[in-house]
Design a protein around this ligand. Structure first.
Ligand code: NAD
Length: 258
């Protein structure tokens, strides 16, 4: 028997990148998945999922998504709040409009959908997995409003775990580091990115959507029945240490001897 046989899940932002990888993994584990995205192109090539074209930030998004789930599966066991928008500017360049947009997509959408999904999750004693970010744990030079939103996602994860554990609902988050997706692919191989980001990771490598999908599949499964309120960083060790690679030491030594 597969790990999630017969379960019913919703994955938001499922058309590409991590959401797509998570959807494919849940389906491979025997799960029925409602894949939601604002863009139809990515969804239409997803095999084995129910699909819904829906903007997660729309006023009626929670009602529409949960109604589609009820219609397809009658029940909801797993909610994966993956939808997000990256690449935000630093705080000093963040206008009110930019702030609102990043908070809307990254935090408000998951907050509202999670809240409205609670009755279905109480019934199934289901669980939520939120996709946060290593930047929500550690901070970063840029990404002002994104950092605020992802730290908020982590806060909501812990609050909900505490409030709804007694009703049998688990709530966890995955905090990816740098994962290869259509949104990040361009910069991953530049010398600047390798020196500034990859060299700061103890494992010295970026991840693939499958790395995040494995963590989600674990947290969503019965194997994690005692795990709630946790944030699992899938980041090559980036947020667990102040890491200085041999290359960085050599570069620093070179500046001292010039
Ligand atoms: N890729 C990384 O390195 C990385 C690192 C840390 C955290 N994350 C987080 O993982 C999640 C997925 O990231 P990704 O890199 O796969 O992103 P991506 O940009 O590649 O894909 C996001 C998907 O969400 C959809 N989407 C965007 N706005 C939407 C909306 N309003 N309503 C419905 N769908 C919408 C897009 O159409 C797209 O299919 C995000 O929450 C992101 O913040 C990603």
């Amino acid at each position: 028997m597969k790990g999630l046989e017969g379960r019913a899940a919703i994955v938001t932002g499922a058309g590409q990148g991590l959401g797509r990888g998570i959807t494919e993994r849940l389906i491979a584990e025997g799960c029925r998945v409602l894949a939601v995205d604002v863009r139809p192109d990515g969804l239409s090539s997803l095999r084995g999922a129910e699909i819904l074209v829906q903007d997660s930030t729309a006023d009626d998004a929670p009602a529409t998504i949960l109604e589609a789930c009820r219609k397809s599966f009658t029940t909801l066991d797993i909610l994966v709040n993956n939808v997000g928008l990256g690449n935000a500017p630093a705080l000093h360049d963040t206008t009110d409009e930019i702030y609102d947009r990043y908070l809307d997509v990254n935090l408000r959408a998951m907050f509202r959908l999670s809240r409205d999904a609670l009755p279905m999750l109480f019934e199934s004693r289901g669980n939520i997995v939120n996709i946060a970010s290593s930047i929500g744990l550690s901070g970063y030079m840029g990404f002002g409003a994104y950092t605020a939103a992802k730290a908020g996602v982590i806060g909501v994860t812990r609050q909900m775990a505490s409030a709804y554990g007694p009703r049998g609902v688990r709530v966890n988050a995955v905090a990816p580091g740098v994962i290869r997706t259509p949104g990040t692919e361009d910069r991953l191989h530049t010398a600047r990115f390798k020196a500034l980001v990859v060299a700061t990771m103890p494992l010295g490598m970026t991840g693939e959507p499958e790395d995040v999908a494995s963590a989600v599949a674990f947290l969503a499964s019965q194997d994690a029945r005692l795990v709630t309120g946790q944030v699992l960083a899938v980041d090559g060790g980036q947020t667990s240490s102040v890491f200085v690679s041999e290359e960085m030491i050599a570069a620093w030594v070179a500046t001292q001897t010039e």
